[in-house]
Write a new protein. Sequence first.
Length: 374
Amino acid sequence: MGKDKKPQDYSEFERAILGGLYESYVTRKSECFLVGKGQGKYFSVHLYTVYGYDAFSKKGNKKLFTEILQIMSEKGKQNASKLIAYSVYRGGASLLLKAYDRPCCEAFVRYAVKNFADRYNKGLRNVGSPIRDDFDVKELTTSQEVFGVVQTIHGTVPYAAGNNEYPYNSFRYLMRGECDAAVILRLEGGIVSKDDFAQAIYGNSFSSTPSDKGHESLKSVLADIRKNETGYVACFPEKKLDFVLGEVSARTGRPYGAIAKMFYLHKRYDVMLSTLCDFIMRRECTYFDAISSLQLPDTMKLRIEVLAEINRVKHYGYGYIMGNVFGIFDEGYTMLCELFIALHERYDYTFEQLAVRFHLHDENIFEIRSKCGF
């Protein structure tokens, strides 16, 4: 894509492309050689969220990853990699990078993913890396390929509102013209006017957002867990078993029972229950989504025990659990009454104690007590 040039060797036409940024560019030539045409290589990258996580389903997470990408590309001396264009959508993200070589490109992406995962998992929540390690990288060799990828990236939006209106891609970021990425693309395409630049980077046809990549191999999931969660140990620590069993089952698409059998835990009902509850709370999904992902049978007994376990661990009230975990109406308070009776018979709890524990403030509390019979 052209011969290497020093900044002072640019023609008057190329100086016009850079405009007011030319002097700044010459001053910064020791900071980022990638700005010059013919320097470095271009790479198209596709990232995928972990199957079932939908990490980018929330606007706040898309915004967070967008900010991380921009800050990483512009902050400090970026000699090895520059982010040129991006689009973040529900199933993942598409990026265009200019880097010294492929390892530098991959290092940039992995660091961005780690940065996002650390902030995504901040606090008590810990779900591991919400973005898969096995991302796709393709080297681009011509200017036509580069601008084709830029247009495809800006055309990948989840709704036909217009590429320049979607807040989680780089169109508006590039059009501001104050970033290295805009300078790199102007030099690459020999583009002077702002209108021509907008046309060059605008995706005229809308592309559908890539769907989830699907299930992962058992080997890759176990390697990812050891790398990011447990360390390279022969046996997983007991306190991580719930996490390991749930993630391996959901991400490989294998039934929980088959995974538990691999760990000789298929006869441990208590481990199955704790894994299911841990999965619900970590992924913030419903009971029905969780049993579908783990391929567990739905029984009234299991529903009642999940209700009890989440109350025990999180101290959530009955109303909150039914509305947010189950998302169903407990007809006639059947689940609650069966649970209260079992806890009374096994642990001799009084009705008053259970009412406080499950945060009952319902006008039908007398109906519930009469059905419990104690």
